[in-house]
Design a protein around this ligand. Sequence first.
Ligand SMILES: C[S@@+](CC[C@H](N)C(=O)[O-])C[C@H]1O[C@@H](n2cnc3c(N)ncnc32)[C@H](O)[C@@H]1O
Length: 219
Amino acid sequence: MADEQKYANYIPDFFECDTVDKAREIILTGNDTMSTEDRWREETTFLAEEMGREFNITSSDLILDYGCGIGRVAKALIERYGCRVMGLDISASMRKMALEYVNSQQFSVVSPQDFDLLVQGGLRVDHTYAIWVLQHTYDPRVELSRIQSSLKPGGRFYLVNEPGRCVPCDMGWVNDGLDIFKLVPTYGLQVVKEGRITLYPMNRESDKWPVANTYQREG
Ligand SMILES: C[S@@+](CC[C@H](N)C(=O)[O-])C[C@H]1O[C@@H](n2cnc3c(N)ncnc32)[C@H](O)[C@@H]1O
């Protein structure tokens, strides 16, 4: 008898969780060399400094945190630069926890569907970042199209991702072979800086270091 063909099914509610501790573990999973707490502290500081430089953030900027989780990066940017951040996330529980965690008048949350309505009504953001998000989405072309259409001309997009895809499915993390870094420029976002995150001792080979690129929307 021939082997039965198996297909992986995407789990849309994979990122729903009921406690902040579970959310933190799912957002930055600990490993042999660094705990979730270590990663939270070191990586968040690194990202806030990097984005401060790459976006040249001012207090009048509105920045989109695409896949905000509980808002760890948004909180750091608001505290450092006094900007406004809008956190978009597919997970209702993450959005709820983010409002409590960031706890600032400068922060708001939105679902992807409500964000589309705001953009149809004319909303545009100064800059956008997506940290550990596009590697996990079912179809990153949807996210890139939303990011491109909501970004002001000349606005910047900062992207942190694993080199490969890891989509949450009923058969585990699946790499569907899509190359996010080849896709991004096809959405009118030109690379202005190619970077890597070198904080993690477990990624010993440089081709396994997470990618941290800056793009700019064509004017
Ligand atoms: C690994 S967490 C990273 C959270 C946050 N960016 C951080 O670094 O602290 C991935 C986040 O992306 C969100 N997410 C996954 N797919 C998404 C999608 N299609 N649209 C918006 N958010 C998504 C998840 O709900 C989760 O909060």
